[in-house]
Write a new protein. Structure first.
Length: 364
């Protein structure tokens, strides 16, 4: 199924997640820990008019065994209590068919697919099969790595199962260098998804992008400026004691302050897009500089080997070098690059090698 079909179906369906005027705010703890923690947090959130969905992790994907893996099914009872006590809609992550069965039995309103699940097409298919024929919204987090097709593939599997209430959550990506984020936002990657599927609701999980409280505001504002449909912010009545993600959770009154500090109308979207592009380009240039450094080091090492093994005289080496340079300049021409610049760079590289090694000339 093409992505076009997916977007048309979303546009035509009665999407309960469809765009609203104010950004949707999803909040709640990273993990359900106790009934008291869930209720205290939820009652705090209930006071904030803008929060409409309460999230809590019941089964937690953890990097290492021995970490807190979530309370399991009992947490769903607490989630149901939260719904009864506050009227908030509830959401939790499901990572297999058993989780789906349990969540549906406990009347969870929205299913979340976690980043570590979206990467696994077997699991996504298992979950998609388990929700076939069920009228429930599904929000699919981006896969851990920036693989757009994998993300779209997961959406297609749910679409094929008849889920029309589909949305995505942008939680950032694992990249070579995530600093200063926990997961790099790669906003341009999500912009590409938005351009392919313009009717798909997109929410920003600012908490998992930021990884720390101090970055929540700029990340959230950027998402709003880029026209996202809502935010997900992890919230705990006592974050210091949280059993998972303590550094990124806010207390409900802090979430209130964050939301009030944001310009919900969004700043100039064109400017936001251009800042995003510049950030991406800067990052790519840093990456390319690293690659250049690596290539230079490899070239130097090879050049050294060639120098110590080379037989023959230096006029042959000069001829060989002239030939190399000529080919490089032809390439420069086909890339539309300034030939003088390319010539200077390569002559410098060669000269530097010769100076460093006091070796006059081996044509490499
Ligand atoms: C979470 O939402 O707490 C979580 C584990 O998310 P992710 O799938 O983004 O890692
Ligand atoms: Mn978390």
């Amino acid at each position: 199924m093409s992505t076009k079909t997916l977007s048309m179906k979303l546009a035509a369906g009665t999407n309960k997640l469809a765009k609203t005027t104010a950004p949707v705010v999803i909040a709640g703890p990273c993990s359900a820990e106790s009934e008291e923690q869930m209720l205290q947090t939820a009652l705090g959130l209930k006071k904030l008019q803008s929060v409409s969905i309460f999230r809590a992790g019941i089964w937690k994907p953890r990097t290492r065994p021995g970490s807190f893996q979530g309370v399991g099914t009992v947490g769903l009872e607490w989630l149901r209590t939260v719904k009864q006590e506050t009227g908030l809609r509830t959401a939790c992550e499901v990572a297999n068919a058993d989780h789906v069965a349990e969540a549906l039995k406990h009347e969870v309103d929205i299913l979340l697919i976690g980043a570590h699940t979206t990467v696994n097409s077997f699991l996504v298919q298992e979950i998609a099969d388990a929700v076939k024929g069920v009228d429930i919204p599904v929000l699919v987090k981006n896969p851990v790595s920036p693989d757009l097709l994998l993300w779209i593939g997961a959406l297609e599997r749910f679409n094929n199962s008849g889920i029309s209430d589909l949305g995505v959550i942008h939680r950032g990506f694992s990249t070579i260098d995530n600093a200063p984020y926990r997961n790099h936002p790669k906003w341009d990657h999500v912009a590409e998804l938005k351009s392919q599927l313009p009717d798909l609701p997109v929410y920003c999980d600012a908490s998992h992008i930021a990884g720390r409280r101090s970055l929540l505001r700029p990340v959230s504002q950027r998402a709003i400026d880029l026209g996202y449909d809502g935010l997900m912010v992890e919230t705990h009545h006592n974050p210091v004691k949280a059993l998972s993600d303590p550094h990124q959770q806010l207390m409900p009154p802090e979430l209130d302050m964050l939301l009030q500090a944001l310009n919900m109308q969004g700043n100039d979207p064109e400017e936001a897009r251009s800042v995003v592009l510049q950030e991406e380009w800067r990052k790519e240039i840093e990456y390319l500089d690293d690659e250049l450094m690596d290539l230079l080091a490899r070239r130097t090492a090879l050049s050294e080997k060639l120098g110590t093994n080379r037989q023959g005289n230096s006029s042959e080496a000069e001829e060989a070098w002239d030939q190399v340079l000529e080919n490089l300049l032809l390439q420069a021409n086909s890339f539309g690059m300034n030939k003088e610049f390319v010539k200077t760079v390569f002559q410098e590289v060669r000269k530097q090698y010769a100076q460093t090694h006091l070796y006059c000339d081996m044509g490499a």
